[in-house]
Design a protein around this ligand. Structure first.
Ligand code: NI
Length: 250
């Protein structure tokens, strides 16, 4: 099984990262996309991936981190000088910060162009900004590939992102009892466009909701989607592994 969106590089794992990785191996989670989101974590993703071969690093500027960025020459240089498997996470987030929408859009669009230039997939974060995210992405239809990470929109909106050729990444919320729409999305999107994620240390699935999330818990996301679709977990694993390997070239 593959966790296609992990932040095991976060400081909350600094004391027990080896144990976390062992739990992944014990649970047959054998590849992890290690997602950077600012200068520090991009470097950390690359460094940790040299130490642990389970990791595949990415580099990007998260919309909440755009304030420190004047242009994308830093990111372009970083991707040039380091082996990364995706651009991102990047995107739009109007949940906490609404007063810099134009800057967020500019930095997002810059990262879309970088992903095209470097022929890398995009990891797209979108929170309270789904229409703007779609409107920017659709300008690049036919040129982009990537994933709508931790997708939280409607099934109808998911269809529009699928029409752009994107994958849909699902995380812990799909396991929450009251999560009607994520369950509807998980039950209905084409399986050949589904990716499993944790977004750890956040988005912890049931039965560990409220505690720290970690990559080995991706099995709970897999189990929930399998049960929603009346399938075996191993079937979902097989299909989503294939999707992840093909998108990220891992
Ligand atoms: Ni993330």
């Amino acid at each position: 099984m593959i966790d296609t969106h992990s932040h095991l590089l976060d400081d909350v794992f600094k004391d027990d990262l080896d144990e976390c990785i062992q739990r992944c191996k014990d649970n047959n989670v054998n590849k992890i996309i290690l997602v950077g989101f600012d200068r520090i974590t991009n470097s950390k993703a690359v460094e940790l991936s040299k130490k642990y071969d389970i990791f595949y690093p990415t580099a990007g500027i998260h919309p909440e981190e755009v304030k420190d960025i004047n242009d994308l020459s830093y990111l372009s240089d970083f991707i040039n000088n380091n082996k990364v498997y995706a651009v991102g996470e990047c995107g739009l987030d109007y949940h906490w910060t609404k007063d810099n929408k134009e800057l967020q859009k500019e930095i997002f669009e810059g990262q879309i162009k970088l992903s095209i230039d470097y022929n890398l997939p995009l990891i797209i974060h979108s929170r309270d900004a789904i229409e703007d995210t779609y409107n920017i992405l659709k300008k690049y239809k036919g040129q982009i590939r990537g994933v709508m990470h931790c997708y939280s929109g409607s099934l109808e909106m998911a269809q529009k992102f699928l029409d752009l050729g994107l994958y849909i990444g699902l995380d812990g919320p799909v396991t929450f009892k009251n999560a009607k729409e994520p369950k509807r999305v998980a039950s209905n999107i084409p399986l050949d466009r589904l990716l499993l994620e944790t977004d750890c240390p956040w988005m912890t699935p049931t039965p560990f909701r409220g505690k720290r999330n970690e990559s080995s818990y991706v099995v709970y996301v897999c189990q929930e989607i399998a049960s929603l679709r009346g399938m075996d977990c191993t079937e979902i694993e097989k299909i989503t592994d294939k999707n992840a390997i093909s998108l990220f070239n891992i």
